[in-house]
Design a protein around this ligand. Sequence first.
Ligand SMILES: [Zn+2]
Length: 307
Amino acid sequence: MPFQTSVRNRMSCIGVGLHTGVHVEMTLVPASADSGIRFRRIDVTDRPNLIPAQFDNVGATGYGTVVQNDAGVSVSTVEHLMAALSGLGVDNVTIEIDGPEVPVMDGSAAPFVFLIECAGVKELSRPRRALVIREKVEIVDGDKKVGLYPADRFSVTFEIDFEADAIGRQFRALEVTESSFKSQIARARTFGFLHEVEYLNKRGLARGASLDNAVVLSDGKVLNRGGVRFGDEFVRHKILDAIGDLALAGFPIQGAYRAVRAGHTLNNQLLRTLFDRDQAYEIVTLSPAMAPAYVPAHKDGLRLAMA
Ligand SMILES: [Zn+2]
């Protein structure tokens, strides 16, 4: 879509936070062009409660991505919702929430895709902007690595390697479009290991986790009665997380992302490093006459106007 978008109508869902276990109501609210994606903690009234969903507002990344404003008001586990908004091309929306964490729903982005589709997506009158990767940026941490590289389209390549038999080594690469996101990525659920749950509970984490909202493994096997949704659901979920983390750049990305064993921490470091290097990126305004370069249906429209 060459023009910026928002949701057409208000649309709400209720659910429980994966880590806090707190029940929340969350509402997508239409927003104007150039306002971006912002959370509003409507249960917080004594401090500024608006939190722009931006990489430079990311606080903790250890167990999910947390965004936080200067007053210390935060919303945690934003990545699956951010992935759905990015996958469906929503540029501007205010997310009202009456608690500290985005509901985990079924552990994937599919319920948020449904929520956005129920709300509807509308075009606004301002042209869309995109983040074009001009030079490669890489972060290496031991055997983990992430990178962004110049490319005509937004693509994601991910490799994971776990000892658990049910996971093992998994690799997947895809060009990210609305269609590929919805069919191949959105339904992949978060996952965790049973032996970690006790450890996490002691630290006040994973309090909302259950077999209804996560793939749980023990002794290398999947405990969920229904098994997995895809043979490689785990790497698909890592791709989902990466799309959500990269959405915190604030613009759709034109470039290739590649990761080996990476997670939220490296994804955030990657964006911070990218935006520190002026020559590594450019924010361009997509000409209203043209569709974004990464929409395959408009291959001839690969022309970008300078911002
Ligand atoms: Zn996740």
